[in-house]
Design a protein around this ligand. Structure first.
Ligand code: THU
Length: 145
């Protein structure tokens, strides 16, 4: 696999967009604010934040919101993702997409798509989609539509 080469400026732009989105998060229940930014195949960045709900399961993750923004803007291909949360602080685990969001990302990105984690001060680890979601099921399994 040949992981998408993310330039320094693209990485910085994703970080800035995800951090700005995190500030808008609506997370009164978990108090775990998340921002996500997706780089599409046209070089555009789409951001999203988590939006919780008093009926807890109805909450939306930041990654899902960012993907919705991407599709709304007319793209169905993402090439890189960056997630900003409170992980990576005080020895806590870095914020990576939840299981459901890994599958949502699988719909629009290649298996070698980089997914970066960050918090409000540091850039954390970088994984590929295949590392976060091995042996996954995707659009290709359904054949041509
Ligand atoms: N959350 C996200 O938005 N993205 C992630 O990558 C991990 C978790 C949200 C869901 C919920 O609103 C809060 O973070 C705590 O789980």
């Amino acid at each position: 696999m040949n992981t998408f080469a993310l330039s320094e400026s693209q990485q910085q732009a994703l970080l800035q967009a995800a951090r700005a989105a995190q500030l808008k998060a609506y997370a009164p229940y978990s108090r775990y604010q998340v921002g996500a930014a997706v780089l599409d195949d046209q070089g555009r960045i789409h951001a999203g934040c988590n939006v919780e709900n008093a009926a807890y399961p109805e909450g939306v993750c930041a990654e899902a919101a960012a993907l919705s923004a991407m599709v709304l803007a007319g793209s169905t291909r993402s090439v890189a993702v960056l997630v900003v949360g409170h992980g990576g602080k005080n020895n806590s685990a870095w914020t990576t997409p939840c299981g459901g969001c890994r599958q949502k990302l699988r719909e629009f990105g290649a298996l070698d798509m980089p997914i970066l984690s960050a918090n409000d001060t540091d850039l954390g680890p970088r994984h590929t989609l295949a590392q976060l979601l091995p042996e996954s099921f995707g659009p290709g399994h359904l054949g041509p539509r």
